[in-house]
Design a protein around this ligand. Structure first.
Ligand code: G16
Ligand code: MG
Length: 213
């Protein structure tokens, strides 16, 4: 039985893709760069500057590093404003019962997210003080598929990686978990990923006992 579960945030605990999309779309429209939902799917689990680099693949001019930082910061301001609309009702189906059951079973619970807005999001959805450890984009150098954020989460839980299971919705996140020597449950998009050890459409469809088996 595993001793810890590390949850990705966006797409697993709460879905902020739509809010990321709206903010990036406003930035792209301002610059006259084509951007759509299909391109947005490639941004899942990817860091802010790497997301911008994907959007700029469609740009007709090249931007200086300073301009890129300015674009990312404009997007983040719009995104931060939209986060104020999030409430505990936005926690995805099945999440709260799984968290409560795992905690009652004595399993340690952590967040492993690429997002630098993790503390603000957790606070908005009422989970600001819930997790035993939070590892996020503010504390790491290399984002998923690098295992850094999950290795940090395991370390903060005081557990070796092989005692932890990662729950992810992004292919890059499953790759990161496997690279860190952890078992991975793929939900959402990642429920179609062959590298996931177990899969479920949503957390509502997996028994907590099975998750830590
Ligand atoms: C999340 C989102 C990504 C986003 C990244 C960085 O990752 O899925 O789309 O680009 O955070 O976000 P921010 O701009 O807030 O730092 P995760 O790992 O929670 O799925
Ligand atoms: Mg995610």
């Amino acid at each position: 039985m595993k001793k810890g579960v590390i949850f990705d945030l966006d797409g697993v605990i709460v879905s902020t893709d739509g809010l990321h999309y709206k903010a990036w779309k406003q930035m792209a429209d301002r610059e006259g760069i084509y951007f759509d939902q299909v391109i947005n799917n490639r941004l899942r689990g990817v860091s802010r500057m790497e997301s911008l680099a994907i959007i700029l693949e469609r740009a007709e001019k090249t931007y200086t590093d300073e301009e890129k930082l300015e674009m990312a910061s404009m997007k983040n301001e719009l995104y931060r404003e939209s986060l104020s609309t999030l409430t505990p009702n936005d926690i995805l189906p099945g999440v709260t019962p799984v968290l409560e059951k795992l905690r009652a079973m004595g399993v340690k619970l952590a967040i492993g997210s690429s997002s630098r807005n993790t503390p603000a999001i957790l606070k908005q959805i009422g989970l600001g003080d819930f997790f035993d450890a939070v590892a996020d984009g503010n504390q790491i150098q290399n984002s998923k598929p690098d295992p850094e954020v999950f290795l940090l989460a395991a370390k903060l839980l005081g557990l070796p990686p092989e005692e932890c299971v990662v729950v992810e919705d992004a292919f890059a996140g499953i790759d990161a978990a496997k690279a860190g020597g952890m078992k991975a449950l793929g939900v959402g998009d990642a429920s179609r990923y062959e590298k996931a050890d177990i899969t479920a459409p949503t957390l509502a469809e997996i028994a907590p006992e099975k998750l830590i088996e």
